[in-house]
Design a protein around this ligand. Structure first.
Ligand SMILES: Cc1ncc(COP(=O)(O)O)c(C=O)c1O
Length: 411
């Protein structure tokens, strides 16, 4: 009798996460310069930790909350959305979620029927693709324009729309490219969505981390988009508390009960202890956000300066936001980014993430995270420099030797 577990086709077709695979491999090697995770290495600010301890000690966190989240927290989120995102919302338009990720998953579950198509500008965050698959949807990738800084190809998006298209899902600032989609592009995207009555689902996890005058726009701030946008935000990236798993979603009031139906089977409610942490985070002083932003900006500048000295190895677009970048590997070996990253880890002790994890146009790239101490960036690039320059030297030497051997063999 067949004893193999019977796994669903949906899960079987999902590739293993390369980020987690690189983490697993990195643990087998000592002293790795680790650039694989989009996870700030600084901890949550003290005022958040203190307020959370107080909530625990006061016995506030031991039971479930309303599935939508604590009313006081949703009221605070409404103020933040108005102040920073120019979104006019009511507490009844908010669901507090287990990070932005669970909000996205619940939104897709609520909106997508089997076979519905979801357009994803690519390269894109691999988790989004898996979420579409789990919701029984079909991911349709529309490549961004890399030479112009991975901007949206709006014509390409329009051409990709079919009668089956239900939604467009994007993250800006982007994981993995760091691109901040411009206001002009997003306004046009909104027009396209409205013309075809599509939903736009946004992942705005890196909303505060933008540089060089790039500005984050929430598409839900466009009044006409009220019914067509579901916007997912996080507390975890903003306040360097990814382990606390807390975020929130904003949508039209009529949609919320439907998305909540999908949220409950995943979570019942977001962890109440983290809801109190989020409340403290939003109510407290906000200076830490600017401190984190300027730290990431210096780290980005350092990473770009260092990569600029390796022009025969990497070609990169300067990220305008997030704490990630996505250089193209110019070496022949880079065409298989998974093999390249694994070799880089084994032989140079640098952990990155293969571009192939981020959709079809990600192949040939690697993702580097720069929310790490500057010494980690220097260590990683020093090692890549030594290792890849040696590789280039050997390649040149082998080619030269081969050429000489051939010349000698010729009559
Ligand atoms: C684009 C993007 N969205 C969401 C997340 C996860 O956010 P959260 O911790 O709020 O679930 C990540 C984590 O790396 C991310 O890069």
């Amino acid at each position: 009798m067949e004893t193999k577990p019977r796994i669903s086709n949906k899960v079987m077709q999902m590739p293993k996460s390369a980020i987690h695979e690189m983490t697993r491999l990195s643990k087998q090697i000592e002293d790795v310069a680790f650039l694989s995770w989009a996870k700030p290495t600084s901890g949550a600010p003290e005022y958040i930790r203190k307020a959370t301890m107080a909530a625990i000690n006061d016995g506030l966190v031991d039971g479930y909350s309303e599935s939508l989240g604590l009313l006081e927290l949703r009221q605070e989120i409404v103020k933040k959305l108005s102040r920073d995102n120019h979104i006019n919302a009511k507490p009844s338009q908010i669901i507090v979620t287990v990070g932005a990720i669970e909000g996205l998953a619940a939104a897709l579950m609520a909106l997508i029927d089997p076979g519905d198509e979801v357009i994803l500008p690519s390269p894109t965050y691999s988790t989004h693709v898996n979420q579409v698959v789990l919701a029984s949807g079909k991911a349709v990738f529309v490549p961004t324009i890399e030479e112009e800084g991975f901007v949206l190809d709006l014509e390409g998006i329009e051409k990709a729309i079919t009668p089956k298209t239900k939604a467009i899902l994007y993250c800006s600032p982007s994981n993995p490219t760091g691109t901040v989609f411009s206001e002009v592009q997003l306004r046009r995207l909104a027009e396209i969505a409205l013309e075809h009555n599509l939903m736009v689902i946004t992942d705005e996890a890196y909303e505060y981390f933008t540089y060089d005058g790039h500005r984050h726009l929430s598409i839900a701030s466009i009044p006409e988009m009220q019914k067509n946008a579901v916007s997912c935000f996080t507390v975890t990236k903003t306040y360097a508390m990814t382990g606390w798993r807390i975020g929130y979603l904003h949508a039209d009031e009529e949609l919320i009960p439907q998305i909540n139906k999908a949220h409950i089977p995943f979570a019942i409610c977001a962890p109440v202890v983290s809801q109190y942490a989020a409340l403290a985070a939003l109510k407290g002083p906000q200076e830490c956000i600017e401190e984190f932003r300027s730290k990431y900006l210096s780290a980005r500048n350092l990473m770009c300066e260092r990569l600029a000295r390796l022009p025969s190895i990497f070609d990169y677009q300067k990220p305008g936001g997030s704490y990630l970048m996505f250089p193209k590997i110019l070496l022949e070996e880079g065409k298989n980014s998974k093999a390249f990253c694994e070799k880089l880890l084994r032989e140079a002790k640098v952990s990155t993430t293969p571009g192939v994890d981020f959709g079809p146009t990600g192949e040939g790239h690697l993702r580097l995270s720069f929310c790490v101490p500057e010494e980690t960036i220097n260590k990683a690039v020093d090692r890549m420099e030594v290792y890849l320059e040696k590789y280039l030297y050997l390649l040149k030497k082998t080619t030269k030797d081969l050429f000489q051997t051939l010349c000698k063999a010729l009559p």
